[in-house]
Ligand binder design. Structure first.
Ligand SMILES: [Zn+2]
Length: 333
């Protein structure tokens, strides 16, 4: 009789132990650090040149940008604030390098020089993965302010002493283009840019890649008709459609699930105006659910490099931006 009781106690004890272990396993796990995120195979950075944050926000509210909406719902959409010159040269240089202009020497459309060799996201990725193992592509709508031309002497005055020349510096991407698989600028209209990008996705689908696809028409319509014009709004709707076609192509190629997509702008537009001299409000929309805070243009390259698994602390010179996948409090002084 006594033995039986002991057995029952043993059984009850074992039962309680199993339940406790189950509880620890089920609920205890959430207290453990989350596992490292899976690394993407590919990244596409899509540029909507001149897309003002507030206008994008309003268009999203009206349901006019379903592809941006869908992308953001899979990851996040965050505010990007600009502290430097709000133009194209300064903008894309900062976005594609993660540096302040003091490092790249690209300050504005009028004050620039070639970005030092090796400093762009394209070159960092080529170096990290090995040039033969990774594809970098840029399809750029604009030519002006996205140049890769060599420096040249331009005659500007003919006097008694002969012709005087001025030195036109090389374009920002003069060195960058050399290490890239494809560098196309001046591709023109959004339709031409989107068509070319889709064609190149097909061509490079078998290798890991980083694509930069730059659409120019929103900026163009802003300059011609103003930020609150129907034309500016229609250009946003159109660039959203082209963005959607790129996403659709990725799905058809079975690449969507391991491709991170980021959509951003180089600068905004002044409200009601045709200029963006002081237009510091833009955005970053992405299917990357690790993006968790607002930031600045120079944070975008660190985010991409971080997501590809690069150790940002080893990059030289140190990046000015910080990955948007981690909290960052800028020093107050
Ligand atoms: Zn512009």
């Amino acid at each position: 009789m006594k033995k039986l009781v002991i057995k029952r106690v043993n059984f009850a004890f074992s039962f309680a132990l199993v339940i406790s272990l189950l509880l620890i396993f089920t609920f205890g796990c959430s207290a453990l650090p989350s596992p490292a995120p899976t690394l993407p195979r590919n990244v596409i950075l899509i540029g909507w040149d001149g897309a003002q944050r507030n206008h994008v926000k309003e268009s999203l509210g009206r349901g006019e940008l379903p592809n941006l909406q869908q992308l953001s719902s899979e990851g996040n959409i965050v505010a990007i604030d600009i502290y430097r010159v709000t133009d194209t040269k300064a903008g894309w240089t900062q976005i594609l390098t993660g540096y302040e202009p003091e490092v790249t020497r690209v300050f504005s459309n009028g004050r620039y020089q070639p970005i030092p060799q090796g400093y762009t996201v394209f070159e960092r990725l080529k170096e990290f993965f090995g040039p033969e193992n990774f594809v970098t592509v840029a399809v750029i709508g604009k030519k002006g302010n996205m140049e890769a031309d060599p420096p040249r002497l331009k005659p500007f005055e003919e006097g008694e002493g002969g012709v005087k020349y001025e030195l036109v510096p090389g374009g920002p991407y003069y060195y960058t283009k050399d290490s890239m698989d494809v560098f196309i600028n001046g591709q023109g209209k959004d339709e031409a840019v989107g068509t070319k990008a889709i064609e190149l996705l097909e061509q490079y689908k078998d290798e890991p890649f980083f694509f930069f696809v730059h659409f120019r028409d929103v900026d163009l319509m802003g300059h011609q008709f103003g930020e609150n014009s129907e034309e500016y709004n229609d250009a946003l709707i159109s660039v959203d459609i082209w963005t959607g076609r790129i996403l659709q192509k990725l799905k058809e190629l079975n690449l969507y699930d391991n491709t991170l997509i980021y959509v951003t702008a180089d600068h905004g537009f002044e409200e009601h105006r045709r200029t963006h001299t002081d237009a510091p409000y833009i955005f970053l929309a992405t299917n990357d659910s690790m993006v968790m805070r607002r930031g600045q243009r120079a944070d975008i390259t660190p985010t991409i490099l971080d997501r590809f698994g690069l150790d940002l602390s080893k990059i030289n010179p140190p990046l000015d931006g910080h990955t948007l996948t981690k909290p960052y409090q800028p020093p107050i002084w």
